[in-house]
Structure formats: C-alpha cells, structure tokens
Design a protein around this ligand. Structure first.
Ligand code: NAD
Ligand code: FE2
Length: 381
C-alpha cells in the first residue's frame, strides 16, 4: 500500500515554491473549473506548468458538486493517460475530481464504478492540490465525494491512496471568492471541525487538529468574508479548512453532513449552503451530549464570556452559530431554496441511510427526530 505524507507549501506569494515540485514531471494534467481558469493567480500557475517544454493537458470544466457521470465524461475527454503529475486547482469539487483522476489515470486502470463498489486502489499518479476555497479541506482528506443522481444522495470514495503528495495553501487563490461562497465554504469548514470534535470517534489527534482549526476559523471567518483582500485572514482560513480535513481524516463528521448529503444529492444545493442551514438545528440536538466540548469551543471565541457555566456556554454556542449564519447572509430555510416540505419523510430516510456518518454522532437519532430537524428548516406555518 502506498503511504502518503503530503508535503505542504504555504504562504502569500508562495508561487515560486511550486517549481521544485514539478522537477522531472514532463507530462502534466491540470484539473480546474471554468471560473478558476480565468483567475490571475491560477493563470500564473498555469504559466509555470507550461515552462520547460512540459506537455500540459487541461480539464477546465469540472462542474460544481460533480456526479459519477461527470467524472466518466471528463475522463473520456482526456487526450491520453500518460501523466506524471495531476495538479488540481479549485474548490472541493475540482480537488475531489483531481484526486480521483490520480487513481483513474494510473496504469492499474481502476474504473469509477469499481471504486464506488468499494474496490480499494493501491497506487496512483503523483498529485498536487491547490485549494481555492476554504473550504472542504479536501486536500487533507482521503475522501472524494460524488453526487449519485440515481440515489438522490452523495457518497464518499475513501482511500488513503487519494491523499496527495503535495498541497499548496496560497491565499491569493482565494481572494476572488464571491462573499457568499467564502461564507458558505467557511461554514463547511466549521462543520467539519465541530462535528469531528464532538464525534464518537474523536481522539487526541483529531481533537488537536479541530481545536487548532476552530481557533483560527472563529477568529478569521468573518474578516475573510468581509475583507477579501486580507491575505492574513485568507491564509488563516486555508489553514482552518486544512485542519478540518485533518480532523475528518482522523475522526469523521456526523449529523450535519448526514442531513446535508440528500439536500446536495437530490436538490443540488451547494454543499456549504446545505450545511449552513443545518448547522444550528443539528448542533442543538448534539449539545446535551457534548456540553464540555461545546464549552471548550465557546472559550475560543475572541469575545467569549468565560465566566459562564459549561452548560450556559454550550447553549450560548448554539445561539452563536445561528447568529453567525444569519450575519453571513446565508439562507436559513429550505422552502426559499425550492425544497418542498412534503419531501421531509424521504429526506429523513436518506439521511438515516448515511450510516457511515450517523454512526459518528454522539447521540443516536430516530426517524421522528430526523424529521423534526428538517422541519425546523422550513418557516413556521
Ligand atoms: N473530499 C472531501 O473531504 C470533501 C469534504 C467536504 C465537501 N466535499 C465536496 O466538495 C464539493 C464542494 O466544494 P466547495 O464547497 O469548495 O465548492 P466548489 O468547488 O463546488 O466551488 C463552488 C463555486 O465557487 C467557485 N469558486 C471556487 N473558488 C473560487 C475562487 N477562488 N474565486 C471565484 N470562484 C471560486 C467555483 O467555480 C464554483 O462555482 C462538494 O462536491 C462536496 O461534497 C469534499
Ligand atoms: Fe463538508
């Protein structure tokens, strides 16, 4: 089995540090999307890839929230699979596809169908991941998430082989994010950190990563949304997102993500938006089972009242999360996003079926409790 220790490059202006990673890699596959390819910072990296007579194939049309069909179509558009390094520049959608391509283009010839059926890859092509959102933390996880339209949900392909050789956290890549994307992807990172911190499978390694990420995120999320040119805030958010990915790798998400998968899979709600709507309602259910951990998170808030009791802090954190989502201007109900209230029973079936994540929750939830959570996402009648 391939063992992976990603080499990390980070910092404002760290573009030149990419060149040594390309040493001896003549055949490059760049994977990105139609928005990112136009960004000045991405074009700078693209130009670097083209130096030294390298042959560069480019896929620049990865759709948001890709499905297995998208991956098959993108694979078919390749000129050839003779590739020395896969470079992914983008949000989680692009990075997940780049991770899958690093396996699918390897001469071992795995197919996406086989990976979805549980086949475990052993080898892959060298990969470099450069996130442009902060974010999914995909660059630090062994997961690639695909929408499965036939099942109205999403599934994760999970293998340590998907972890990249190289990661570059360069804040200039994230300054162009529109504020609603910076906000929703930032909330996704918050969900990763908070869910992993309170998961049954949490452990000292994942707790350390979660606390480090939470301290950064709670301090810099709003600044990074409101001041897109603030490179300090943008870099700190990239780290928060990366630590969210590390916590996923060592623990796992639970209630928010399990409820969110059907919303992404069936209604194609952007992942961060679905999570933002679910964050406070799910955390109000988790609270009673994680009072001390909620209190620890509360204490990380820059202006927290540390004189409160642990119980009071845990309630205050749930209120803070609801207010944060509102302040960031993210949607707070599903009706406005075109989800019919009648679908609550079917959504609840699908959420309970995401057993991989439900099993990580510190409390087990019944069908009625899951329905009650979805019910809270609609305006009162
Ligand atoms: N692998 C994992 O561990 C993991 C974890 C969580 C989520 N995911 C998956 O990641 C995907 C979501 O990724 P995401 O939230 O990063 O969004 P995304 O990659 O889908 O991007 C959202 C939109 O933002 C645009 N965008 C991204 N960066 C930009 C920038 N710097 N400037 C301007 N526009 C920019 C994109 O072009 C796209 O239109 C989902 O498929 C989700 O399931 C994966
Ligand atoms: Fe996520």
């Amino acid at each position: 089995m391939l063992t992976i220790n990603s080499t990390l490059i980070s910092g404002a202006g760290a573009f030149n540090a990419l060149e040594p990673l390309l040493e001896g890699k003549q055949r490059v596959l760049l994977i990105t999307d139609s928005n990112i390819v136009r960004l000045e910072a991405a074009q700078r990296i693209n130009a670097l890839l083209h130096e030294k007579h390298r042959q560069v194939q480019v896929i620049d049309n990865v759709p948001a929230e890709p499905s297995q069909h998208d991956v098959i179509a993108l694979l078919a558009s390749l000129e050839n699979k003779h590739i020395d390094i896969v470079v992914g520049i983008g949000g989680g959608s692009v990075l997940d596809v780049a991770k899958l391509f690093s396996v699918l283009c390897h001469p071992d010839e795995h197919t996406i169908e086989a990976l979805l059926a549980g086949e475990k890859p052993q080898q892959r092509i060298c990969s470099l991941l450069i996130p442009t959102t902060a974010g999914t933390g995909s660059e630090a996880t062994p997961n690639a998430i695909l929408a499965i339209p036939e099942q109205d949900t999403k599934v994760g392909i999970i293998s340590p082989v998907l972890l990249p050789d190289y990661v570059a956290l360069i804040p200039e890549l994230t300054t162009s994010m529109p504020s609603h994307i910076a906000a929703s992807t930032g909330i996704d990172a918050l969900c990763h950190l908070l869910e992993c911190f309170t998961a049954t499978v949490a452990n000292p390694v994942s707790d350390n990563a979660a606390l480090t990420g939470l301290a950064k995120l709670l301090r810099y999320l709003e600044t990074s949304v409101n001041e897109p040119g603030n490179l300090t805030a943008k870099l700190e958010m990239l780290w928060a997102s990366y630590y969210g990915g590390v916590s996923i790798t060592h623990a796992g998400t639970h209630l928010v993500h399990a409820h969110s998968y059907p919303l992404g899979g069936k209604y194609h709600l952007p992942h961060g938006v679905a999570n933002a709507i679910l964050l406070a309602p799910c955390m109000s259910v988790v609270r009673a089972y994680a009072v001390d951990k909620f209190a620890q998170v509360w204490d990380l808030l820059p202006r927290a009242d540390r004189t409160l009791s642990a119980e009071e802090k845990s309630f205050a954190l749930v209120d803070y999360l609801a207010a944060l989502v509102k302040r960031l201007g993210l949607p707070d109900n599903l009706e406005a996003l075109g989800v019919p209230r009648n679908d609550i029973p079917a959504l609840s079936d699908a959420a309970l079926n995401v057993k991989r994540l439900m099993n990580n929750a510190p409390c087990s939830v019944t069908h009625a409790e899951v329905q009650a959570i979805y019910q809270r996402l609609f305006p009162a009648t």
